[in-house]
Design a protein around this ligand. Structure first.
Ligand code: AK6
Length: 273
């Protein structure tokens, strides 16, 4: 909807439907744009909750960044509008819902399904890095499933990234690479690490460095204490790929374009993603 960016949207342009992921995504509702009948997700943010001054330009900047990100595996942010008390984000709606629910239901994915997901995320990340955008929070909670079963990185937004990052600090650490756990500066290679963690979790149903206590998870990450359980049975090609991504020295991690040529991906990923 390219023209949409220019248009001044208001709430009366939409029929509002049921809440999506109650509370999880903040206040997000399924909605239908009246003129086009286009189904979207409408995210409602309360100005009171957003530090008014900073966030205004951050939302603008984010819409600016996101409006240039067009990729089948990245959830679209079509635009935004606001009223007296709230800011509304017009987001793409992913009809097949949240990936983590699917993973919980299946316990773990087949190698073909895991490789297809990992390849599509690698392509999305190559695209983002090409646009000098890193740090797409690619843990299962931030992944949604499109109409054709394709994965969508449904990032919870840049501006909230910081809150998100803090939340990640007190939420799950599982996806943080050593350089972030040791909080040294990081680059696009953090995404390769996170993708490796995700690939492991797709195949085993649990992240590789999971531990009861945060302090233990920290230790396991910085020591790259990578162990492959005997069950479920996973091919050595998959283990080889994961071992090349979960490398402490970020410059030694398998580059994303090399990942797409890895035998496990070539033999298992469905090219349509
Ligand atoms: C591109 O994506 C986003 C872009 C920006 C922001 C954001 O919050 N930006 C922000 C916040 C505060 C201050 C400044 C900027 C959030 C998202 N994405 C989500 O929030 C997750 C999917 S919510 C939609 C959605 C769709 N499809 C579904 N299917 C089932 C559930 C579901 C849920």
């Amino acid at each position: 909807v390219p023209a949409a960016e220019k248009k001044r949207w208001t709430l009366s342009d939409f029929d509002i439907g049921k809440p999506l992921g109650r509370g999880k995504f903040g206040h997000v509702y399924i909605a239908r744009e009246k003129r086009s009948n286009h189904i979207v997700a409408l995210k409602v943010l309360f100005k009171s909750q957003l530090k008014q001054s900073q966030v205004e330009h951050q939302i603008r900047r984010e819409v600016e960044i996101q409006s240039h990100l067009r990729h089948p595996n990245i959830l679209r942010l079509y635009g935004y509008f606001y009223d007296q008390k709230r800011v509304y984000l017009i987001l793409e709606y992913a009809p097949k819902g949240e990936l983590y629910k699917e993973l919980q239901k299946c316990k773990y994915f087949s190698e073909k399904r895991a490789a297809t997901y990992v390849a599509s995320l690698a392509r999305a990340l190559i695209y983002c890095h090409g646009k000098h955008v890193i740090h797409r929070d690619i843990k299962p909670e931030n992944l949604l499933i499109g109409a054709k079963g394709e994965l969508k990185i449904a990032d919870f937004g840049w501006a909230v990234h910081t809150f998100n990052r803090r939340r990640t600090m007190c939420g799950t650490l599982d996806y943080l690479p050593p350089e972030m756990v040791e909080s040294v500066e990081h680059d696009a290679n953090v995404d390769i690490w996170s993708l490796g963690v995700l690939c492991y979790e797709f195949l085993y149903g649990v992240p590789p460095f999971e531990a009861k206590e945060h302090s233990d998870t920290y230790k396991r990450i910085v020591q790259v204490d990578l162990k492959f359980p005997p069950k479920p049975i996973v091919s050595s090609a998959a283990k080889d790929l994961i071992s090349q991504m979960l490398v402490k020295d970020s410059s030694q991690r398998l580059p994303l374009h090399k990942l797409l040529e890895h035998p496990w991906i070539v033999q298992n990923a469905d090219p349509s993603g």
